[in-house]
Write a protein that binds this ligand. Structure first.
Ligand code: PLP
Length: 427
């Protein structure tokens, strides 16, 4: 389809992956609350189990409500296929499970969600998978960290909580030169603001718990296959390039081509590790996605107004929001996500740690929660919560110094958001 006849983003958020139910005519995607699916015959069952035919087997591996969600997210991200899982963390886990062997390493940008920093530093180490931290702002410097056992590069498009926008093309060039995939966590930007695959990402991940679902009611994660990476070229990715004994010697990359990565995450990772998403959560996230384009517009519009208000406030020492013209990330915001710089950002209070805690306690409209990307405005003091398990050095590197307050600006009337901040700062 040409650009002109291809459906627009807002149309895809509502229609991609969903048709009226063929048996009942139900117009929204039903919640297929079932664990198993009847086979047509023993031959049919055998073919499904051998990956010779696509079809439903068991809800740990696939489910029709989940399938609709996967198709929709793949369409929104311009990927070849997607796999929805129980959480954003499960998406990262299954992605690395398909890529890493014991003793391997990967490069990760140092501006990341605190939960991923923990996951990489501690749990992954027990699998003998080793993270090598690189300066998020300097992809060239990461080259010296890459060796024969380096299997991937992992970055966030818009980094949580520091409001840093990474140079996607710069990172993609380093990954390409090294012959390894670029994995991008696009949770904070969503495909409405930025499609990392257009800038060279090979795999895109989301915590759909955040803006994708958007209403703070359902956990979910997703892996999107960009279809661009050659998993067979180097011999470094045996899960994809060598025969699978349990599937009669099928070679996943050979058989499934440009969506082999999504298949590997499903038929090996999800099958064996098990973090399946509930059909009900898929339904909630599908419903949330229908307004993604409208919500993101309002989130970004409100966030920019609030950031400007804070910038001129006497109690505030700094504001880090890529949408502000003077911000270090402004040029990258214009290049990679010109429709908006997201709605999560940080600012510093002149009163430091204590003032941060007091502000959070005085807020009335804002909720004090660990989440982001809700319709509601949310606030947190990262140094004492989400990033508390990190060392002081890691906190500062991750953009969570003691005076930092993180806001996730909701879609309420902006005058009410500002009034709440104003009264809390006076307190
Ligand atoms: C929340 C979050 C995650 C983890 O997702 P869960 O759904 O909480 O497991 C990963 N990356 C980013 C950027 C996040 O905000």
């Amino acid at each position: 389809m040409s650009e002109e006849t291809a459906p627009g983003f807002g149309t895809l958020t509502i229609h991609a992956g969903a048709q009226p139910d063929p048996t009942t005519g139900a117009r929204t995607v039903p919640i297929y609350q079932t664990t198993a699916y009847a086979f047509n015959s023993t031959e049919h069952a055998a073919k499904l189990f051998a990956l010779q035919e696509f079809g439903n087997i068991y809800t740990r591996i696939m489910n029709p409500t989940q399938g609709a969600l996967e198709e929709r997210v793949a369409a929104l991200e311009s990927g070849t296929a997607a796999l929805a899982v129980a959480s954003g963390h499960a998406a990262a886990m299954l992605t690395f499970h398909a890529i890493m062997r014991p003793g391997d390493n990967f490069i990760a940008a140092d501006k990341l969600y605190g939960g991923n920093i923990n996951q990489f530093n501690h749990s992954f180490k027990s699998f003998d998978w080793h993270v090598r931290w690189a300066d998020a702002l300097d992809p060239q410097a990461a080259k010296s960290l890459i060796d024969d056992k380096t299997k991937a590069i992992y970055i966030e498009s818009l980094a949580n909580p520091g409001g840093v926008i990474t140079d996607l093309e710069g990172w993609a060039a380093v990954a390409k030169e090294a012959g390894i995939p670029l994995i991008v966590d696009n949770t904070m930007a969503t495909p409405f603001l930025c499609k990392p695959i257009d800038f060279g990402a090979d795999v895109v991940l989301h915590s759909m718990t955040k803006f994708m679902g958007g209403h703070g009611n359902s956990m979910g994660g997703v892996i999107v296959d960009g279809g661009s990476f050659d998993w067979s070229a180097s011999g470094k990715y045996p899960m994809l390039s060598e025969p699978r004994p349990e599937y009669n010697g099928v070679v996943l990359h050979e058989t499934f081509g440009n969506f082999a990565f999504a298949i590997a995450c499903r038929v090996l990772g999800l099958r064996d590790l098990g973090p399946a998403i509930a059909p009900m959560n898929c339904f909630q996230i599908l419903t949330g996605l229908e307004t993604l384009h409208l919500r993101m517009e309002r989130h970004c519009e409100n966030a920019l107004i609030v950031a400007k208000f804070l910038e001129s406030h006497e109690a505030v020492s700094w504001v880090s929001y890529a949408g502000l013209e003077g911000d270090d990330n402004y040029a990258k915001h214009q290049k990679y996500m010109p429709k908006g710089a997201g709605s999560v950002f940080t600012f510093g209070l002149k009163g430091g740690h204590e003032a941060g805690v007091k502000l959070i306690e005085s807020m009335k409209l804002f909720s004090h929660v660990a989440n982001i990307g809700d319709t509601r405005s949310l606030a947190i003091h990262p140094a004492s919560t989400t990033h508390s398990q990190l060392t002081d050095e890691q906190k500062i590197a991750a953009g969570a110094s003691p005076d930092t307050v993180r806001l996730s600006i909701g879609i309420e009337d902006v005058k009410d958001i500002i009034a709440d901040l104003d009264q809390a700062m006076k307190a």
